[in-house]
Design a protein around this ligand. Structure first.
Ligand code: EPU
Length: 471
């Protein structure tokens, strides 16, 4: 399908319902997910081997919420053992779902909505707002806690709320929650998103599938995880069409059914492991990696002068070794909505670019504040400079604001061990990658953030030869 370049408007700085979260609030007590404070990492050696991808973090949580749309059981396969899943289990159980997780398989059954008002959760992510549509459809009212999630800038939810309002929801924002009613039920509507927000597109879809009539979402997000959600909804009985440019049309149906659905592999994990191979100058086969999900990243690998090999099992990544010299070239990256270069990929790639010859630039156009990790890289010896300016000739919606949204990295620089503090999920992964590249023993503090999105990362990296210990 051809996809138009997204339309983007300046971010609305007036809406910021996000509360700051303490580490304790997001700590995961679920024993499926190991959480403790620090990783001790001895780096400086190449990593080799195979690593299998877990199911996509950014698909599973939305699919768990989608199971609320039916009173029949839903089975999800390839469910990752991550903190974000545990948070949604708590949400669903408060609502009245029975959730049984056995290994990578989750069975969720919500015969009745026992409680449509969930005021508090012990930990938070940005997902509960997506439950408003399903709860309105089945119970006529909904109340969910204000969002948590990574600290990447203001992260407003204006587009979510506007889409729900167009579909007939009346929403009140209290100090701690979003409270919604749909007096006359939800109805189809035309929703023109000012930005192809992943969450707002998902929210509109989850509300529209059981609404009366036809909904059209234009300038919609089309990320692979969102397409996977569409496939699950379609199997449940929803009628959803995709059309260029970025249009999703939904014909509301009266009832949805149970489903068994296998979640796509996590493309963000894939990129993290690819960057580990390139950063440490090793070779890693990322099992389950899907070429179609990684097209822009693979082009970046080629431009750096590195190597990838697509096989039936997955994709193997390494540096090209010419006459014993495995060098990388500096490149320029601009993040964008899918199918552009994904924002979650720039952080792991930055660690690799510290080893590339020349000056690389990263232009972040999705989040205002996604370079906090530069501090840790520079502590290790990188030369990474962040700036409020757009790179020349590449103006973006953050250009006139006061946002540190671009970076230059001079390379190559030798990395040496340092003490790092995890700031958010992906920057935590940069800390791990850089620590594995750096000579000496690094300490990465606050690893529960990493556990929120990467399944048993320490155990899996040890299988590649990494010296990483959880204390
Ligand atoms: N935005 C608005 N208004 C809204 C919603 C979004 O202005 O109502 C803005 C945001 O402030 C941001 C941009 O739109 O500047 C992108 O936000 P989007 O809604 O697309 O992202 P999201 O749904 O909050 C998901 C992933 C992110 C990933 C982005 C972009 C999940 C749980 N999270 O976030 O993943 O970076 O899409 O692809 O699916 C991660 O996995 O670490 C992560 C942050």
């Amino acid at each position: 399908m051809s996809v138009a370049h997204p339309t983007i408007n300046p971010p609305d700085k007036s809406i910021n319902p996000r509360r700051s979260l303490s580490r304790a609030a997001i700590r995961d007590e679920d024993d499926r997910v190991k959480t403790s404070g620090q990783f001790i990492i001895t780096g400086g050696k190449p990593l080799y081997g195979e690593i299998a991808l877990a199911g996509a973090k950014n698909a599973v949580s939305k699919m768990m919420v989608a199971s609320l749309l039916t009173d029949e059981p839903c089975v999800l396969e390839n469910v990752p053992a991550i903190g974000d899943v545990a948070i949604i289990v708590e949400l669903l159980e408060r609502i009245g779902s029975g959730v049984a997780i056995a290994g990578p398989s989750a069975r969720i059954h919500t015969p009745a909505i026992k409680n449509s008002r969930v005021l508090e959760l012990s930990r938070r992510n940005r997902i509960p707002i997506l439950a408003i549509g399903p709860l309105l459809a089945r119970a006529g009212e909904a109340e969910v806690p204000i969002l948590g999630g990574d600290k990447l800038g203001p992260r407003p939810v204006d587009l979510h709320l506007e889409a729900l309002a167009r579909l007939g929801a009346q929403i009140e924002i209290t100090k701690t929650s979003y409270r919604a009613r749909a007096k006359d039920g939800l109805h189809g509507a035309r929703i023109a998103l000012r930005f192809p927000s992943v969450g707002a597109t998902e929210n509109a879809m989850l509300a529209a599938v059981l609404a009366k009539g036809r909904t059209t979402i234009t300038n919609a997000a089309l990320e692979p995880e969102l397409i996977d959600l569409i496939m699950m909804l379609q199997k449940m009985g929803a009628i959803i069409e995709l059309a260029p440019p970025r249009t999703i049309t939904i014909e509301g149906v009266k009832k949805l059914h149970g489903v068994t659905h296998r979640i796509i592999p996590d493309r963000n994990e894939a990129i993290s492991f690819a960057c580990l191979a390139l950063g440490t100058n090793g070779k890693i086969l990322v099992k389950g990696a899907v070429q179609e999900h990684l097209i822009t990243f693979l082009n970046a690998v080629r431009r750096m002068g590195a190597v990838y090999e697509v096989t039936d099992d997955g994709i193997a990544f390494s540096r090209e070794n010419t006459n014993g010299h495995a060098s990388l070239k500096a490149i320029d990256i601009m993040t964008d909505s899918h199918p552009g270069f994904m924002t979650d990929w720039q952080q792991p790639l930055a660690a690799v670019l510290t080893q590339a010859e020349g000056t690389s630039t990263i232009h972040e156009t999705i989040y205002e504040d996604r370079f906090a990790y530069a501090h840790d890289l520079n502590e290790m010896g990188a030369k990474m400079k962040i700036s409020m300016d757009c790179p020349e000739g590449d103006a973006c919606r953050f250009g006139s604001g006061k946002f540190y949204h671009s970076a230059k990295i001079e390379g190559p620089t030798e990395l040496t061990a340092a003490n790092c503090a995890v700031r958010d999920l992906r920057s935590g992964m940069v800390d791990i990658i850089a620590a594995l590249m750096a000579k000496g023993v690094s300490v990465v503090d606050g690893v529960e953030e990493i556990d929120r999105g990467y399944e048993k990362i320490d155990e899996r990296l040890r299988n590649l030869g990494a010296e990483i210990r959880r204390v």
